[in-house]
Design a protein around this ligand. Structure first.
Ligand code: NAD
Length: 339
């Protein structure tokens, strides 16, 4: 880690930690999480883990960004004040752009706008202030691109026409994923805990609904987890009947060893942090003055990133989740050696 900054402001009650993991490729961009951490150790562990994850995500996605993250101690439902976020913004400003803050669990566009009063080193600002808005449509587009790269490898064609895609979770990303896949001529099988969103997907896209407990073991070409993490676990492993796992959810593998197990079973896994990077690519575009068409073109390149990962996996004879880390590290090493 390059830097760990402890922020404390008695006047506003701010207690926060900013972690900068690596800035070889560019400024460390990462969300600002607000959470009622029990201890400082707990917060440090979380912010370090998350900051490191951002380095890999940005590098493997071809972004010229490093990895960082921040955490604010507090209950997002009770402890938020304008003064608290402005105080945090002043700390971000002291770093001179080495860290760029963004929205995360427990923070909102409104909080971001308070941070923005004190520093320009923030993204995810409101659309009315030139921000990039809801990232979900572009996250979904990135997932489709990743699916295509996997389909090309497994079926010899990147087309998703007539392929069966099973989608778990029809929230912000899942809905747009259905829309894009339907337009591509894919057959959809869907589930969600909320019947209304399932009805909508059935009505608008002819999706076939199944019970939440059934979806993961449905026979399909592509399984797209778009709800929860850890869907690839010991219990589910023997039950998968898909050729590809490619969705937007974070932390799809319960443990790294489950990535090896998928590879052994001949299931191609599109690493979560690469295939779901559309939202990050979209928000990062704000650093250059947001341009939706440019952001879209950059998200389309998730196809190339996933293809490269598949190539590395074959070259090194490793599972794809390891190949994704290799891609990230190779990019960082290539840039470090230029300096
Ligand atoms: P969301 O909260 O809008 O949607 C999640 C949906 O999953 C909800 O409709 C919920 O009812 C459903 N769900 C929860 N548990 C379920 C279960 N057991 N079975 C079936 N459905 C279930 O979230 P989102 O923004 O669409 O994000 C989906 C996933 O993608 C999350 O894991 C998120 O971290 C990840 N992600 C999202 C973005 C983005 O741009 N929104 C970017 C990167 C990663």
């Amino acid at each position: 880690y390059e830097q760990l900054v402890f922020c404390h402001d008695k006047a506003t009650g701010l207690r926060a930690i900013i972690a900068i993991h690596d800035t070889t490729l560019g400024p460390a961009l990462g969300g600002c999480r607000m959470w009622p951490y029990g201890t400082e150790d707990e917060a440090v562990t979380d912010v370090l883990r998350l900051a490191r994850g951002m380095t890999y995500k940005a590098a493997a996605s071809g972004l010229n960004l490093g990895g960082g993250k921040s955490v604010i101690f507090g209950d997002p439902d009770r402890d938020k004040t304008e003064a608290l976020f402005r105080s945090f913004g002043r700390y971000v400003e002291t770093l001179g752009g080495r860290y760029v803050a963004a929205e995360d669990v427990g923070t909102s566009t409104e909080d971001i706008s308070h941070i923005q009063v004190e520093t320009p080193h923030v993204v995810g600002v409101d659309v009315t202030r030139g921000g990039s808005g809801d990232p979900s449509p572009l996250t979904a587009l990135g997932v489709v691109q990743g699916m295509r790269a996997c389909a090309e490898e497994v079926f010899g064609s990147a087309s998703l026409r007539d392929r069966t895609v099973a989608i778990q979770g029809l929230g912000h990303v899942g809905y747009h994923l259905c829309r894009l896949l339907h337009a591509d001529g894919a057959n959809l099988v869907v589930t969600d805990l909320h019947p209304d969103v399932v009805h909508r997907a059935t009505r608008e896209f002819g999706a076939k609904p199944v019970e939440p407990g059934e979806l993961l073991s449905i026979p399909c070409d592509v399984l797209a987890p778009c709800a929860l993490g850890a869907v690839v676990n010991d219990e589910m492993l023997p039950q998968f009947r898909c050729s590809i796992i490619a969705g937007s959810a974070n932390n799809v593998l319960a443990e790294p060893r489950h990535g090896e197990a998928l590879a052994e079973r001949g299931i191609l896994y599109a690493p979560d942090y690469v295939i779901n990077a559309g939202g990050l690519i979209n928000v990062a575009d704000e650093l250059e003055g947001y341009n939706s068409e440019r952001a879209r073109k950059r998200v389309m390149r998730i196809y190339d990133s996933v293809k490269r990962i598949i190539d590395i996996a074959k070259r090194d004879e490793v599972p794809t989740h390891i190949a994704a880390d290799t891609l990230a590290l190779e990019r960082i090493a290539a840039i470090s050696s230029m300096e």
